[in-house]
Design a protein around this ligand. Structure first.
Ligand SMILES: [Fe+2]
Length: 235
């Protein structure tokens, strides 16, 4: 099967991801996730000096890395977020696969930006209100809706674990987000062996259900973050 990676029409799949916000597919375990993801662009480590592939296991708060979602939420339901929101420009794609031998009855939750019912005024707040983004030793300021060049290159950046309103009293974008989350209907994606979810990290937020007892030692996801070859393209 390894020879089939090159035959995969990655640009067609990428366009589907851009159109839908995420795509589910199947990648046999003979093919490593990093090689597959690299067909879509440039894999990047989630942390300085980190590996290009992360292995994500549920962690109680006391075992979690500082500033991580697990440090804040432990095994409870994760909050909706973008991955690597602490990058100046977050990577476009997130590839997730259930690791070989792992199992999970705790779903991944997905929420496309099209499902977030923002008014024009709220969108203006999301483009304007400034947040402090904690990024290693170099925090920076950024709004929730950012832009990476062309008119179709806007992206949603949100992770409450590394982002705080710069002026909490005058930040309307936080309320806009919370109101939108309160009425949104996220999609729950169940895990199965070899399943891959490819997320458009600019146009969809994701979360994790609370970890069920049977999954605590058995849930393990592989993750690769990818800067897209087709950064400006979507829709
Ligand atoms: Fe995540």
């Amino acid at each position: 099967m390894a020879g089939s990676i090159a035959e995969v029409n990655t640009s067609r799949i990428a366009l589907e991801v851009f159109r839908l916000g995420w795509v589910e597919t199947v990648l046999p375990y003979e093919i490593d996730l990093l090689s597959y993801a690299a067909k879509f662009g440039r894999p990047v480590a989630s942390r300085r000096n980190g590996t290009l592939i992360d292995r994500l296991a549920p962690k109680p708060q006391e075992e979690a890395r500082r500033n991580s979602m697990s440090a804040q939420r432990g095994l409870e339901t994760f909050l909706f977020h973008s991955d690597a929101a602490y990058f100046r420009v977050p990577p476009r794609f997130v590839f997730l696969r259930l690791a070989e031998g792992a199992s999970s009855t705790s779903d991944t939750l997905l929420l496309g930006t099209r499902e977030l019912a923002f008014s024009e005024r709220q969108l203006a707040d999301l483009r304007r209100d400034i947040w402090v983004v904690r990024s290693g030793h170099s925090p920076f300021y950024a709004p929730v809706v950012g832009c990476n060049g062309g008119s179709n290159s806007w992206f949603l950046r949100y992770d409450p674990c590394c982002m705080t309103p710069a002026l909490p009293g005058s930040n309307k974008s936080e309320a806009a987000l919370q109101n939108a989350f309160a009425v949104a209907k996220p999609e729950a994606v169940a895990w199965a062996p070899e399943k891959v979810i490819i997320i458009d990290n600019w146009r969809a937020l994701h979360a994790r259900e609370a970890v069920r007892a049977e999954d605590r030692d058995r849930r393990l996801l592989e993750r690769v973050l990818v800067v897209s070859n087709q950064e400006g393209r979507n829709e």
